[in-house]
Design a protein around this ligand. Sequence first.
Ligand SMILES: Cc1ncc(COP(=O)(O)O)c(C=O)c1O
Length: 426
Amino acid sequence: MTNIELSNRRSDAISRGVGVTTQVYAERAENAEIWDVEGRRYIDFAAGIAVVNTGHRHPKVIAAVKDQLDRFTHTCHQVVPYENYVRLAERLNNAVPGNFKKKTIFVTTGAEAVENAIKIARAATNRSAIIAFSGGFHGRTFMGMSLTGKVVPYKVGFGAMLPDVYHAPFPVELHGYSVEDSLAVLDKLFKADVDPNRVAAFIVEPVQGEGGFYEVPKAFMLKLREIADQHGILLVADEVQTGFARTGKLFAMEHYSVVADITTMAKGLGGGFPIAAVTGRADLMDSPGPGGLGGTYGGNPIGVAASNAVLDVIEEEGLSERAAALGARLKQRLQSLTDAVPQIASVRGPGFMNAVEFNIPGSKTPNAQFTNKVREKALEKGLILLTCGVYGNVIRFLAPLTIQDEIFAEALDILEYTLRECAKEA
Ligand SMILES: Cc1ncc(COP(=O)(O)O)c(C=O)c1O
C-alpha cells in the first residue's frame, strides 16, 4: 500500500469538500512522531490540529481508555449516567477561570460546543443576536459557520447564513486594525444594525486559531467585558483551540484580568478522543429546560476517561510550563532568521501557540505562495506543518507539548534549513 494508491482511492471515494493538506497516510504514531504506510517517519507539528497536546497515545491516556473499554463503552449519559462524567464536570468547573459557581455539559465536537454555548446564551438572556469577529473560526455546523468570520472556504456555496449573527472587526495591528478602530466599528454596528440590548453574547477566541494566531489585545478584552456588562451581553470564550496548556496556561483566558461567562472546549481535552465541553456560570447553564441540551454520544465514557487522564497528565508533567519553554525556544529561533528570511513579517504567540507570518519582502502584501512552499518543503524533510490565516500566509506551530527535547531540536533544524532554502530560491 502506498500513499499515492491511497490518495487515488480517497479522491474516488470521498467528497472533495473534506480537504487534506498532506498525502501522508498514517500507519502509527507515538508522542510527536507519525509513521506513514510506506514506513517514512515524520515529526508532527500539527498534533491533529491542537488535539494531542499530551502527545499521540500518551501511556496514561491509553491506559485510562483501555480500562474503560473493559467496563463499558456506551450507555448514553441521558439514559444511564456514570461517575467519570460527573467527576470531569466537577474538575472543569474548578479549572475554568471565573470565581463563581459553574456547571458543565459534554458534547462531541468543537462546533457542537459552540452551538450549545449559543443556545445557552440565548435561553439565559432571552435575546437572539450574537456578535462574532472577522477572521474568527467556530466550526462547520450552521451556527458555527455563521459565526465564522472567513468566507473562503467555509461559507462558499452554502447559502444564507443564520440570522441575527453580526461580525465586528478583530483588532490586528499588523493589518492596520487597532483596538480603537475595532471598537469604533463595534459602536457603529450598535448604531446601524443591532440594538445592544438585543445582543445575547459576544463570542471570541482569546487567540484566533484558523484566522491566523492573533491574540486578543488585553485592552480589547477588557473593553469587551465592559461593554458586555454595560448592556447585559454575555461573553463566550471559544477555547476549543487555545485550551489545555497550549498557550502556557490551562486556558488562554487566564492571561487576561477578565473572565468569560461561558467557555467552549474540545480538541486538547480528549487527547485524541472525540469529546467537547461547555462550562459556564451555573445560573446560565441551567437556563435551558431538561432535554434541551445533550446528544446520544455527548460525554461518551471513552472520551470522558481519556479527558480525566489528560487533565492528570497536564498537571503531573507541568505541560503549561513546558508550552511556555518550548514556545520561547521556537520564537527565538525564528527571530534569529529574520535577516536571512526577509519574508518573515511577524513571529508571535503565547506559550506554544506560535506562528510565523510571511509577506512579500519589503511590503505588507501577504505571501501565501512562500508560506505553502515552506510547508511543502518541510514535509519533504519530514516535518508536518500547518498553515492558517485569512490570507493563507501564516504557519502555525502546534506540536505535542510532550515532545522529547532531541526531537524538538531536530524539528527546529529542519525548520531553519527549510526557511533558508525557500528564501534562497524565492
Ligand atoms: C476556535 C475553534 N472553535 C471551534 C472549532 C470547531 O471544532 P470542531 O472541528 O471539533 O468542530 C475549531 C476547530 O478548529 C476551533 O479552532
